[in-house]
Design a protein around this ligand. Structure first.
Ligand code: GLN
Ligand code: ZN
Length: 766
């Protein structure tokens, strides 16, 4: 028997984002639901056939989704809050979209389910909400329909579902429901999965994959029991169909022994992230005789070519423990772009180093074939030789000057002088700001007009000069408006930027850009991260001219606006030949140059956004510091440590879930931080209080993700709530995040209310 190949999941948005386009068309009323369904079916068929053609044995189905697979799982289990059911849509799809995006129309008015990041990825899932007394039952035929659809095409797929443990751990349940964890809810959920298993058995499925990424997290009391209870019940229903328990994004060493004893037919292990721990566990506890280990060797999180020699070594090592080894992707391929085929802009010599989803299918198959080959066959293998050559040659653009600069850094470069308390005094004098200073996060609405002008420049329809004049006029108008409504610290509005990461990448050495390498971020939204292709340095000043221009147009303080090194790396495809730490240092030095140039150009307040700092916080608490914060936080300090004491450094984060790393945030040693806070419950303020947080802070006073205009009184109340927990001297007043995605119609009145509220509170404080 040759080695089995298995794909955990495939991108569903389509090579040219066909799914995005047809679904958005449906939302706008440009096409009907039937058109959406037919495009969806075409995409599924295309993706299955691609995998079949690549020789993949276990091809996933039900990895398709109109929006999100967590949401699909909620609907499958009938976990649909009453407020959505009350809308009484005829189609399940419309209920699904209402849960995903909210609904406002003739049937009612409901907000969407909350969205959260899927583990350490930039993919967002919808958080299911289990209402007390919810009737859990099998409520959808989607997994079966898609299985049958593939079967009709002659492809026997492996259906994939998010497992019950991950589902329950990520779903929101109220306290009463939580108490029922061991009774009603757990039994009911297990019963539905058992029913699904039985059904697939009848339909003739050979394998069923249950994804349990939550298993790679630290366990809370009761977690292992919960897992065992669920799977004991589910596996009892197992007849012919084999069950693959799939894990990814880390290791399951702490529960491997338990998992191994439960009688799964397959256990999927991530051999990229958590490789050593997973290996140790397998070596220590062995593998049950009827269980196949699915060795996740093809990275689903990055786009560099697989190193076959390394993968084969891993497979060989596993084979020392068990003969039953299959080869798999380490996670779903959802998190990588579709195919390198469209990237005609990248020289072939560079492009050959990358494998997107389609190319990864080829890698998976080749590794499997080589795993079965004799030593002689391996020696004669052209595929292996070609792969080896990729790693023997130069893979990236290196620059000795960058390496020298990094090696020349000393401990002092990471420390800003004098201490923050002293700086804050000096800055207060130098900047002359009132108590409760008002500001915004940087961007102002990117209107159609702004985007159209950028498109014209790209297509060569207007000159760079004409474009720059246009942007200057935007800046002028934006400044005037900010002055009129009375904001204290102004911004230029970021009209010249397409995206906060790509814009910087385009102006740094060491980056490559793709044309069509889209990855789903949430729903129909996709992102196109740049590739770190070599050593990074700053080619020339990036933002200085714009900021200096803006400052020249006003007597107010103008805030310079930069993206921080950790965020740039986290939202790019990182190199694999050097560590993330090393790459972040290079980026930090490049942004440091920009900071110092901004300062020299007369900019007194500089904001360095770290919107994605928390995203890559390791999943296991014991790794937080050693594997991440211990270098990510110093990298931020490296960016700003050389500025004058009077230059005020701000940072911004798009979330407020940092209670548990509050001291690390403070250790970034910024003078001011703004963060999203209006949707959350403000528990972070308690943490700020308890930790004696030193950084001045602006907890967002209104939600910019909604077109709603907050009233002055509402904001005033919010400010008083903040003042209950924070020293008034340390409080800033600002919205939650940048205003880029908003319209001018709601932005300006909202900001007027914000300024008025701050003034009212100041007056009362006397
Ligand atoms: N300065 C950026 C803006 O205002 C920050 C964006 C973000 O935090 N995601 O758009
Ligand atoms: Zn933000």
């Amino acid at each position: 028997m040759s080695t089995l190949t298995s794909v955990s999941g495939f991108p569903r948005i389509g090579q040219n984002r066909e799914l995005k386009k047809i679904i958005e068309g449906y939302w706008k009323g440009a096409n009907d639901l039937a058109a959406v369904k037919s495009t969806a079916a075409e995409l599924r068929a295309k993706h299955w056939k691609l995998q079949q053609a690549a020789g993949i044995d276990l091809i996933p189905s039900n990895d398709f989704s109109y929006y999100d697979q967590m949401l699909d799982t909620a609907i499958l289990l009938n976990v649909i809050p009453k407020r959505y059911e009350r809308l009484a849509f005829e189609n399940q799809e419309d209920t699904l979209f209402a849960m995903a995006r909210g609904y406002q129309g003739e049937k009612g008015d409901v907000t969407a389910l909350p969205m959260k990041k899927w583990f350490t990825t930039n993919y967002h899932y919808l958080v299911p909400e289990v209402e007390p007394g919810e009737e859990i039952k099998l409520n959808s035929t989607k997994p079966f329909d898609e299985f049958n659809e593939a079967k009709a095409l002659g492809i026997l797929t492996k259906p994939v579902l998010i497992g019950p443990y991950t589902f329950l751990k990520l779903a929101r349940t109220d306290q009463a429901t939580e108490l029922e964890y061991d009774k009603g809810l757990v039994n009911a959920v297990a019963a539905v999965y058992a029913e699904v298993l039985t059904k697939f058995n009848e339909l003739g499925a050979e394998w069923l994959q249950l994804d349990e990424p939550y298993l790679v997290l630290d366990k809370e009391p009761g977690d292992v029991e919960l897992f065992k209870t669920l799977y004991t019940k589910i596996l009892a229903a197992k007849a012919g169909v084999k069950v693959l328990l799939n894990t990814y994004f880390g290791h399951i060493a702490d529960v491997y022994e338990t998992v191994n004893l439960l009688g799964f037919d397959g256990i999927g292990l991530d051999l990229n992230e958590g490789r050593e721990e997973n290996f140790e566990a397998v070596a220590k506890y062995g593998v049950a005789s009827n269980t196949t280990i699915f060795a996740g060797v093809i990275n689903g999180r990055n786009i560099w070519r697989n190193n076959y020699a390394t993968s084969l070594g891993l497979v060989d090592a596993l084979k020392q423990v068990t003969p039953n080894v299959a080869i798999s992707t380490a996670s779903s391929l959802l998190h990588v772009p579709f195919s390198t085929e469209c990237e005609t802009g990248i020289p072939v010599d560079d492009l050959k180093h990358f494998a997107f989803a389609v190319e990864k299918l080829g890698e998976l198959k080749e590794v499997a074939v080589l795993a079965d080959a004799t030593e002689d066959e391996k020696k004669a293998s052209a595929a292996l030789a070609a792969n080896q050559a990729l790693f023997d040659g130069t893979r990236v653009a290196t620059d000795p000057a960058v390496a020298d600069r990094v090696n020349g850094l000393s401990a002092d470069d990471y420390v800003r002088q004098p201490a923050r308390e002293e700086r804050q005094k000096l800055q207060r004098e130098a900047l002359g700001l009132p108590l409760l200073p008002t500001t915004t996060i940087g961007s102002f609405p990117q209107t159609k007009e702004v985007r159209a002008e950028r498109a014209k420049l790209r297509k060569g329809e207007i000159t760079k000069e004409a474009y720059d004049e246009f942007i200057k006029a935007q800046i002028d108008a934006c400044i005037k408006h900010q002055e009129e409504i009375g904001l204290d610290v102004l911004v230029h509005g970021e009209f010249e930027r397409n995206d906060m990461v790509e814009y910087f990448g385009q102006n740094l050495n060491g980056f490559l850009f793709t044309k069509n390498a889209w990855v789903q971020s949430y729903g129909t939204r996709c992102v196109k991260p740049p590739i770190v292709w070599g050593d990074v340095s700053r080619a020339k000043p990036i933002t200085v001219e714009w900021s200096a221009y803006a400052q020249s147009r006003t007597d107010h303080v103008m805030k310079g606006m930069l993206t921080g090194p950790v965020t740039i790396l986290n939202w790019s495809w990182p190199r694999e030949d050097i560590t993330h730490e090393e790459q972040t240092k290079q980026l930090a030095l490049a942004i440091r140059d920009e900071v110092l140039d901004l300062e020299a150009a007369g900019i007194k307040v500089i904001q360095i956004d770290e919107a994605a700092l928390r995203e890559k916080l390791p999943l296991r608490k014991s790794d937080w510091h050693v594997k991440y914060l211990d270098w990510a936080v110093p990298a931020f300090r490296l960016v700003h440590s050389a500025v004058k004491p009077t230059t005020q450094i701000h940072t911004h984060m798009c979330y407020s879930e940092f209670n548990d790393i509050i001291r690390d945030i403070d250790a970034m040693d910024a003078d001011v931080i703004s963060f999203e806070a209006s949707r959350g419950d403000l528990v972070v303020l308690d943490a700020i209080h308890d930790a004696h947080f030193e950084t001045e802070a602006g907890p967002g006073v209104y939600d910019i993700h909604s077109p709603r205009i907050p009233s002055e009184q509402e904001i005033e109340e919010r400010i008083y709530e903040i003042l209950k927990k924070m020293d008034v001297e340390k409080v800033w007043i600002n919205p939650d995040c940048g205003l880029k995605t908003r319209g001018n119609a709601e932005t300006w009145p909202s900001l007027e209310h914000l300024v008025a509220a701050a003034k009212a509170v100041r007056a009362k404080l006397g």
